[in-house]
Design a protein around this ligand. Sequence first.
Ligand code: UDP
Length: 394
Amino acid sequence: MRFLVVGSGFAGAVLAREIADHSEHHVDVVEARDHIGGNCYTEKESETGVTVHRYGAHIFHTSNLDVWKYIHRFTEMMPFINRPKASIEKGIFSLPVNLHTINQFYAKKFSPLEARQFIDAIRRQDITEPQNFEEQALHFMGEDLYRAFFHGYTKKHWGCEPREIPASVLKRLPLRFNYNDNYYSSLYQGIPKGGYTAIFERLLDHPRLSLTLNHRWQPDDGRSYDHVFYSGPLDGFHGHRRGRLGYRTVFWEEHIETGDVLGHPGINFPSMDVSFTRRREHKHYEYWKQFDKSIVFTEYSKETGLEDEPYYPKRLTADKALMNDYLSDCMQTERTSFMGRLGLYTYMDMHQVIAESLSLARDFITAIAAGQPRPIFPEGFRRQLVASGSRLRP
Ligand code: UDP
């Protein structure tokens, strides 16, 4: 049998490698861009020698030991804890919002208990079931911290009012009543020593895998294959025939200076007074090396145009209705499975995508061993159907 994998980001590359490793079948991978790795792609910038994360800084984190062990087959991980800062009119603050942030912001010396009592007194306890990002933030932390750190950033990043964004987006971030400023709550975290691209080179280095770059998927591509695994945009697969799903894209201004520019890997700019959202100084992600020069990426956000790479599924109410219709179309699509952030139109992190592809590959290999290659719907797909209120069940 022959299988086609569309996309060489983590979703496609892990899936392809698993099938090649655990079956005798051949897998072709097609990639629309001129490089592998999707938005995780890294490369050495020629003037500075710094490994830049071309599509925005990616910090690997997971609490899933299987995923952590899996990634170590393909790279050494250097210890790294993400501790971004926020620059607002009042000064530079620690993120995620923690006891240091609260004490600095209110010029207090609260203990954890005092801070909790203080926030309890100002947060919107009357919002019992937050329906959107804004309500979730007001319920968690009250008006002041929300306005200072979240309102402007979210408006700029998502291009709409925070009350239009799902509450789940804010739930990605912790609010802490101690001095733990680790942005993530994951058990394991790190930066791949040789950059992300080397991981993808190793993932795709297998005698039963072949890769074609610069090939944008066409509906006819799957004809000669027994099964297609598609990790491109969900609406694109269906030729956008029901309309376009909303995605945000990001873009950067880059500049090179000597020395240390930010003094830190990442500073966010939540205020509406500046039009960008964050700045990243990539050499600080490669802290074990010395560089004379430094490159800084200043990040902006905008709606995804026809020529832009989609990054963030917006999942506004109208998007979810459209997504639901496309998901029903997927269930009628023979010999095809959907996966990844774009294929499932879900805001997933790298480790979640890898876990999803590992389990999808396992299920598929079991199915072909039993002589029944069939569309396999990953956990994320099933969750989407339930969340969107669909009565369809894969
Ligand atoms: N966010 C914010 N201010 C910040 C950082 C994040 O308002 O300084 C909000 C924003 O809406 C963002 C969401 O929290 O989209 C999730 O942030 P995260 O850092 O997880 O976003 P990512 O790194 O995936 O872009």
